[in-house]
Design a protein around this ligand. Sequence first.
Ligand code: FER
Length: 252
Amino acid sequence: MKEFYIENDGVRLHAKLDMPETAQMNAGKCPLVIVIHGFTGHMEEEHIVAAAGAVNAVGFAALRVEMYGHGGSDGRFEDHTLYKWVTNALAVIDYAKTLDFVSDLHLCGHSQGGLLTMLVGGMRADDLKALIPLSPAWMIPEGAREGNLLGKSFDPAHVPAFLETEDGLRLNGNYVLLAQTIHVEDEIRRFRGPVLIVQGGKDEVVPLEYAQKAEKLYANAKLVVVPEDTHCFNHYPEIMTAAIKEFLRSLK
Ligand code: FER
């Protein structure tokens, strides 16, 4: 494992690169999957480590990176926005493209990181061969436009300076204003390659309908529903990881 920072306009993004034990080397190269956590998440969460482990198990390299305001990366949580995360992810892709060993590049993210995967997948369709959105939080932009996020109601035409929850989460109103401008369908349509979506049938955070809608809208997507699992795959992580392994093997 190699631990380091990737620079993005002076912001340091904390990263860990895990190479597979037996790399699927082809003329000295192997595929790489970038793996990104969700809102309030980080790269050591069990489901993120499990997803990266599945990537390594099929001979691909896994690059876990923490986005602005999360984990060991720069920035305060309350100042993060989806635009900052998109800019971060674009910088991570630029970095990954400089690595000599990388053949194909793939992007995987959980929840807000899954939403990010769908957005950046559309923008960087030429650089990314496949996408793996896990429990993608597509409802965030819609919640921002409707005035309902983090279980809080607000006037979407007059967004407050901060959203604050009972459990002490504090988020800048700019997060909401920027999320209101995001239209996920546009980026879904721009990505024509293979997509694997995995979500628990009992996800308590993201309604399953969004994953079903995404599967239909993508040109080439497969949705694996883990019927008895929740948002972070706490109960049947092996079903989520088996789906990732089967999907990545099928890309060869
Ligand atoms: C919300 C529900 C879920 C929200 C964010 C999330 C900002 C993100 C969840 C995750 O990434 O796990 O209302 O508002």
